[in-house]
Ligand binder design. Sequence first.
Ligand SMILES: Cc1ncc(COP(=O)(O)O)c(C=O)c1O
Length: 376
Amino acid sequence: MNLDALIPDYVRSFQAYVPSRPDHLLMQEYGTSVLHRLNNNENPLGPPAAAVRVIAAFPPERAAIYPSGDSYDLREALGRRFGISPDCFLVGNGSCEVISSVIKAFCQAGDNIVTADKTFAVYEWVAEFSGIEARLVPLRDYAFDPQGMLDRIDRHTKILFVCNPNNPTGSYWSRQVLIDFLEKVGDDRIVVLDEAYREYVEDPEYPNAIRLMERFPNLVLFRTFSKMYALAGLRSGYLVGTDTVVDVVRRTSVAYSVNVQAQQAALAALSDDREHIAATCALVKQEKAQLCRVCDDLGLETVGGEGNYLMIRTPINDMLMYRRLMKRGMMVRTMTGFRFPGWIRVTLRERWVMESFAGVLKEEVGAIRASRSTTP
Ligand SMILES: Cc1ncc(COP(=O)(O)O)c(C=O)c1O
């Protein structure tokens, strides 16, 4: 079989994403009996209580029946929550799935998308393995650069992706910056705002982007139940747009991709999120401040805005630091893949885990510095 002749060039040259191996294998490899996950920005508090009850009471016989093919009840609930039509929502198997649907809906060969160089890489990856050029604009002061993005637009630009707040730097555009940007972009292309971490932002200047969709019908939002709502393992996220835009994106989406338990749990989570969000934000705020102090004392630079994570500059290569921390049962995210070599990103977790992380970090940084000072 001449497989090579079948493969488009842009697929041949694309390196597949390698997910981390299961915890039990990693623990064996690194010789550790515990493994704390500080790598994926998960919420250690778990889902809101109502979602926990729905998951626990899930009737096994329901697994034999297909779910709603378009997450009907969940979209109805989202419509009620945000005061817009349920037709303005498209639910996906995690928000990663809707990234792909949007690119397929609007881009064809010769088109391009514009985003940042140091952000959530899935926009860039989906574009590239679909044969669409991804134009990457450098961050400015760790934030998306509106003018830099506008400068890269040409007549083939179909979508601009802005991660707000940005993973991994935590920076975000205020309402005014967003409005200026949307005005300058005009209405000939789609602007996607990925709001995966929106519930962590307390600043009143953070845009209520749904309210801007009437004025800017080319605005599309991505949101997820994986982060604040702690349903990452069930996979559900959604897109918000005008009903006209959503009608187009729905054509390139796979119906039935969101399983029944994910739909039910997301629906319950949405109905019971007020205290959950407050408790999670309080935890993140406290642990971010605490970890920043630890890093300051160690003389390690940090970058952290909003979101449940903090970037730390490491005194050695990030992959080597990752290995050292893994051997001590701490799994962080290396940042070379985000084009931040020499940095790690740490998810902020509950007190006792962060305390042991701080202890391990201090010891490892101390050992690295000691070995340097004794090296001739
Ligand atoms: C900015 C951003 N968008 C989207 C996602 C994907 O979320 P989901 O689990 O809904 O696919 C992530 C996950 O890390 C993220 O950081």
